[in-house]
Design a protein around this ligand. Structure first.
Ligand code: SAM
Length: 410
């Protein structure tokens, strides 16, 4: 009689955990990964310089809207914590061929999701489809969720569906369907990095912190010692410039999703944070900031934001003044000043008024200010009206409008 073959016993849970930990060490911690730092289009070069300063060395080909780089996980942690010009960082996971919904489940369950997602992960998907036969993004999302959950179940990991807005412990997976390719990335930032969470008061047309930081870098703030911010609004330039000079890290307090990854090592991260904090403190330098606005509410908002910044504000002055009043232009002697201007434009002003506003801005800068300047200007016509010289010009979109910032280095 034929003997019944004995089925091998399933591996014990500790064995599974050990095996995953080994594969995580080998494939995720031990190897360089590819990351994409999303950046305001126009500021790719500025961001790349910042990433280089943070020790990133291997960059991909230039692309619009971001900077690709390869590094160990630590590099991605550095960028998230310290970069000021980056909107968010995603890590590339897999790039597979996917041409029909029938194949999706088999192909997705074959991928090693257990190396990236922790047990109990609340996952949100961001699916975008272009020229792909899988055009129904909602359906793809549902199928992906089931397939990844099925893969994780093999390791007795649970996974639930969530919304990216639900909070810091939600893990977002970005799925790009392009033609017959499907690219998966995992978000490492947990929400957009310009939401620093330190500016409670906003005014109309506030700049994003990442954009303000990009302009300050492009205009050479590090080489100036006095910032003049005459249309300060809620004080975004003022706060970013002060944070930079005070040696504060951009996002040290943030709860990043990578802190829940199987590859995360708390002790190594704490060490990195200490090193970054020390490096930022070493770059601390004395500066003076003079901010004003002709709107009392804007002045109150900027002052409120400054008061809550937790920074040394002794050399920062925020007052109600008119930029066109020659008395306002008090530039301390022996200073190396940088003037930053984000004037009102667009819907809020009539075309005729905008022309004369930019002409007057140009005249005021030429007659009453010296040193460097960075002025945001919407369109060539107004740039001509402004009639200021510059060393660098960056084209970008702000509030949906095509604009430029013209920068003269201090
Ligand atoms: C586009 S907003 C600046 C927003 C600011 N960058 C921020 O992030 O909050 C333009 C600001 O210029 C101010 N402003 C307009 N004309 C001004 C003038 N003649 N003198 C001073 N401030 C002026 C407005 O009150 C408004 O706060």
């Amino acid at each position: 009689m034929k003997r019944k073959e004995k089925k091998p016993a399933p591996p014990a849970p500790e064995q599974i955990t050990r095996a995953i930990a080994r594969r995580v060490r080998q494939h995720v911690i031990g190897k360089p990964q590819t990351f994409f730092a999303v950046v305001q289009p126009g500021f790719e070069e500025v961001a790349r310089d910042e990433l280089s300063e943070l020790g990133i060395e291997n960059f991909g080909e230039p692309v619009e809207g971001g900077v690709e780089f390869t590094s160990k996980l630590e590099g991605c942690y550095r960028v998230n914590v310290a970069a000021r010009t980056v909107t968010r960082v995603v890590m590339r996971l897999f790039d597979i061929r996917l041409t029909n919904l029938g194949d999706l489940s088999k192909k997705i369950t074959a991928l090693p999701w257990e190396l990236y997602l922790p047990d109990g992960a609340a996952v949100a998907f961001k699916v975008s489809s272009e020229r792909s036969p899988l055009y129904h993004e909602g359906l793809v999302e549902i199928e992906m969720h089931h397939a990844i959950a099925a893969r994780l179940q093999r390791y007795e990991f649970n996974m639930s569906a969530a919304d990216a807005e639900d909070g810091p412990d939600v893990q977002e997976i970005v799925v790009r369907l392009r033609g017959d390719r499907c690219q998966f990335s995992i978000d490492t930032s947990g929400g957009l990095l310009y939401k620093r969470g330190r500016k409670p008061f906003v005014t109309e047309a506030s700049l994003r912190e990442t954009l303000a930081a990009g302009i300050l870098r492009a205009a050479g703030w590090k080489d100036a010692n006095t910032l003049i911010d005459p249309m300060c609004g809620s004080g975004t330039f003022t706060l970013e410039a002060l944070e930079m000079a005070s040696g504060r890290l951009a996002n040290a307090e943030r709860v990043f999703p990578f802190k829940f990854w199987p590859a995360f090592r708390p002790a190594a991260f704490a060490h990195l944070l200490t090193k970054l904090t020390e490096a930022a403190r070493a770059a601390k330098r004395p500066v003076r900031i003079i901010a004003f606005d002709n709107d009392a509410e804007a002045v109150a908002a900027a002052r409120g934001n400054l008061a809550r910044s937790g920074l040394d504000t002794e050399n920062v002055e925020i007052r109600k003044s008119d930029f066109f009043d020659p008395e306002s232009a008090t530039i301390p002697p022996d200073s190396r000043p940088l003037l930053v201007l984000n004037p009102p434009y667009g819907k809020r002003l009539r075309k005729k008024d905008t022309g004369s506003l930019f002409r007057r801005i140009g005249e005021t800068v030429r007659h009453h200010y010296r040193g460097g300047h960075a002025v945001i200007v919407p369109g060539l016509e107004l740039e001509k009206a402004l009639s200021l010289t510059y060393d660098r010009k960056i084209l970008f979109r702000n509030g949906g409008l095509p604009v430029a910032v013209i920068c003269k280095l201090p």
